[in-house]
Design a protein around this ligand. Structure first.
Ligand code: PEP
Length: 258
């Protein structure tokens, strides 16, 4: 299985979000083998986008989640509320949230809240800065992020976990990481996550994110160790997200016939 996660960030009103969700859905029409496509609108548009997605093969994700199911957290949206609105995925620990002060301890609480019940799969984002990579410390840094977020977490049997490797220097810069930089990191992530959590096989997916576009998506997706893509800017452009989903369909069809 390949995943395409569309992170619309702090963009689009309700009507525009519904239109983009409808447009994105068209990319799946008539295809037999399709990736799991997850659209992540702003909280304000979740309810309406949910209606558009009902009885389709596309999924609804949140860009963030509060630190637990419910309670005294002014301004946060809790796990129960996301379940109520029909989310089945939630991004956790995106670098844009970490840069606003989100700590490893908060990320751990968010993951624990999501695993308390069985409805929402976390998409945990990790990735190093340019300075860290230049210092040759990228793998060490990402390993620590994984340990801090996942140690002690109780993940029930058959629950899924998605990890998105998103180097900070590649997000929104037009300068994606190369396959040669991504693949060893993916392999390390898979091993470390399995060692810490026991989650493995089809329950664990390791994605890449950072300046994915129509030109580079196929090259990433055809790598067996890259289970999918987290797409920011390009997911807001209907032509681009179609082409990226199309690449995933092509790769999946080609890999099936091997
Ligand atoms: C992101 O939102 O996580 C992201 C990878 O953005 P972009 O594709 O624009 O680099």
């Amino acid at each position: 299985m390949k995943y395409i996660i569309a992170n619309w960030k702090m963009n689009l009103g309700i009507r525009e979000s519904v239109a983009l969700a409808r447009g994105t859905l068209h990319a799946l029409q008539g295809k037999e083998k399709v990736p799991e496509v997850v659209v992540c609108p702003s909280f304000t548009a979740l309810a309406e986008v949910r209606k558009t997605l009902s009885r389709t093969r596309m999924f609804l994700g949140a860009q963030n989640v509060g630190p637990g199911r419910a309670g005294a957290f002014t301004g946060e949206v809790g796990v129960s509320q996301l379940e109520d609105i029909g989310c089945t995925f939630a991004i956790v620990g995106h670098s844009e949230r970490r840069s606003l002060g989100e700590t490893d301890s908060t990320i751990g609480k968010k993951l624990a809240g999501l695993y308390e019940t069985g409805n929402i799969t976390p998409i945990l984002c990790v990735g190093e800065s340019k300075d860290v990579r230049d210092a040759g410390e990228a793998e060490k840094f990402v390993k620590k992020e994984l340990k801090d977020a996942l140690s002690g977490l109780k993940i029930g049997r058959r629950r899924k976990l998605l990890i998105a490797y998103e180097p900070l220097w590649a997000i929104g810069t037009g300068k994606p990481a190369s396959v040669l930089e991504i693949v060893p990191m993916q392999e390390m992530i898979r091993k470390v996550v399995t060692d810490i959590t026991g989650v493995d096989g089809a329950d664990l997916a390791v994605l890449y994110g950072g300046s994915v576009d129509t030109e580079n998506a196929y090259g990433f997706l055809r790598e067996p160790s890259i289970d999918g893509l987290l797409v920011g800017g390009a997911s807001l452009k209907i032509h681009d997200i179609h082409a990226i989903i199309e690449s995933a369909c092509e790769v999946m069809t080609a890999q099936e016939s091997l």
